[in-house]
Ligand binder design. Structure first.
Ligand code: 1PR
Length: 535
């Protein structure tokens, strides 16, 4: 019946659509999953959250007969909402792997962003829309930012102008949404765009409802600099999972008992930061070098619960590598990552294992395709893979004293040394490796990382500001987004890092956990300094 409160979801099993499911349920709808092409034709309302690669998706849709059913459904002008790849697949073809045919409903070819003109690829983050025609579902978006994460995009042309309802500028003006009659599709992720995104889904699910347009006081102009809250998680000595925080990576209190510093519960804190306006949340399992049975990975439950109520991107890191658990069962890093994606993660972050992969790649010059980094980015796309770098400064009198990239640093060493190289570490800073942050960053970009989370052990928990020298070095060396991390102690540290480096996001932990500086104050300050942020 047309009054049913169920929505039909086309999930062809290529990745995580958990967030879309959570968002739909949050809005009071039940989900009917498509099993056969007939289910598509019978749908009252169909949501198609495309995930994974274009070619693989078309392959599945063609083999199962779903491609034909989708074309029929859409040509009959039945209510449809495509998300991300679910928009791209409507076009004639994509250049993602050679030239692959799409559903062919909209004229145009989906192509890759050009990173040569200074725009980092993937396009990750909160950007503004230029709405060009009434698209109803975008009525509450107005001037607000929405969340994008993609490397490919469709371009507006004379042939498809009757479809285009909004564009977004990122080097090019690309198609951000289409609408014709009851058929809608968006390139951004409404299920990850906070309240604004939920309003898009709500308007699709309840088309007759009249919601008030809230006036927006601040107009979104372009890609926002992100503010990320990071939760370092581990079990304390009683076995409870807690959010902890290191002082140069040492998370134990300076007391006789030497207990693990406890700053709160992971799920509760994440929900709080979402409400406070965090653009993203990162969870790091900082004891990921220990072997857990896969089903007991402590972060799985945290992700499941968090993703039910938090509608911004979630990253999880720590322990993403091949391992054998206590019972002798072997797990591949891809299995570990898949479990995290299924549980609600949007991105995974690799630390130690990426260091080993980069060392090997630099030594041999060969991409084996076997590292965690390569395997996970091949299956889930590079936008889903972050590499976390944990470097420590090694001071030098001359940059020629070492084979790694060394730079002049503002904070000189204990003996007045004016230079330093940044030595990568593994196992939570416990072991230094023969590779620098600069060499690592360039290698992991080639191996398929989509983003870099750049920590600095010297600055961690010190509250004296980010390591601007390091962040400038790395963000100038790669063309993927770089997240500045470690050392935030005041709102000015965020504007400093954005003014002096090409960081795309800034992450902090301690100041948020200790409630010294609210996320909102960081954003107000950045806004005042003329830096684009999402409110
Ligand atoms: O090596 O793949 O298992 O990943 C381990 C992950 O856990 C890495 O991302 C690594 O950075 C992280 N990690 C390991 N040990 C620690 C520790 O603190 N003992 N934490 C650790 C990393 C750094 C940031 C921190 C910022 C901002 N902590 O996450 O949140 O420095 O802090 P601040 O704002 O308070 O200065 P693998």
């Amino acid at each position: 019946s047309s009054e049913s409160s169920a929505v039909t979801l086309l999930d062809y099993g290529a990745g995580n659509v958990r967030s879309v499911r959570n968002a739909i349920r949050h809005l009071g709808f039940d989900i009917k999953d498509v099993q056969t092409p007939q289910d598509i034709l019978n749908a009252d309302r169909l949501i198609f959250p495309g995930v994974g690669a274009f070619a693989a998706a078309m392959d599945v849709l063609n083999k199962t007969g779903m491609a034909e059913a989708l074309c029929t459904y859409i040509e009959k002008d039945r209510p449809f909402l495509g998300i991300c790849l679910g928009l791209q697949l409507l076009f004639e073809s994509s250049e993602e792997k050679g030239l692959v045919n799409g559903l062919g409903l909209i004229p145009g070819v989906v192509g890759r962003f050009d990173s040569t003109n200074g725009f980092r690829v993937p396009h990750i983050g909160w950007n503004a829309l230029q709405i060009s025609k009434d698209s109803e579902i975008l009525d509450d978006v107005g001037n607000k930012h929405v969340y994008f994460v993609h490397s490919y995009r469709a371009m507006p042309s004379n042939d498809n102008k009757e479809w285009v309802s909004s564009t977004c500028n990122y080097g090019d003006n690309f198609i951000a949404s289409i609408r014709r009659g009851n058929v809608h599709a968006v390139q951004f992720h409404p299920e990850k765009s906070g309240d604004v995104g939920l309003s898009v889904l709500r308007r699709f699910l309840y088309p007759k409802s009249h919601m008030l347009k809230k006036p927006t006081e601040r107009k979104a102009l372009g890609l926002a600099k992100r503010v990320i809250a990071c939760l370092d998680v581990r079990a304390n000595d009683k076995g409870d999972l807690v959010v902890t925080k290191g002082d140069q990576y040492d998370v134990r209190e300076n007391t006789k008992e030497n207990e693990v510093r406890n700053l709160g519960k992971p799920v509760e804190l994440a929900e709080q930061y979402y409400k406070d306006g965090a653009d993203e949340i990162s969870f790091l399992n900082i004891t990921g070098f220990r072997d857990f049975p896969l089903g007991d990975l402590p972060m799985i439950q945290v992700l499941r619960l968090t993703s039910e109520n938090v509608f911004v991107p979630l990253t999880v890191g720590g322990g993403i590598r091949d391992f054998t658990d206590a019972s002798g069962r072997h797990y591949s890093s891809l299995e570990v990552a898949s479990e995290y994606f299924r549980s609600g993660a949007d991105k995974i972050s690799i630390g130690s294992d990426a260091v080993y992969a980069a060392e090997e790649y630099i030594k041999t010059g060969v991409k084996t395709g076997k590292s965690s980094l390569e395997q996970i980015s091949r299956v889930y796309g590079n936008q889903a893979v972050v590499v976390s770098i944990d470097p420590r400064r090694v001071y030098l009198n001359s940059p020629d004293d070492v084979e790694f990239k060394a730079i002049r640093v503002k904070d000189t060493g204990p003996n007045g040394e004016e230079y330093a190289w940044y030595q990568c570490t593994v196992n939570g800073g416990r072991e230094g490796r023969p590779i620098g942050a600069y060499e690592l960053a360039k290698a992991v970009e080639e191996l398929g990382a989509g983003e870099i989370l750049l920590n600095c052990i010297d600055c961690d928990g010190q509250g004296k500001g980010f390591d601007v020298d390091l962040i400038k070095l790395i963000s100038d060396a790669v063309s993927i987004p770089v997240i500045a991390s470690s050392g935030a102690g005041a709102v000015e540290h965020f504007s400093e890092v954005y003014m002096k480096t090409n960081a795309s996001a800034a992450l902090a932990a301690g100041i948020f956990h200790r409630k010294e500086v609210p996320i909102q104050s960081v954003k107000e300050h950045l806004f005042k300094e003329g830096i684009e942020v999402r409110f």
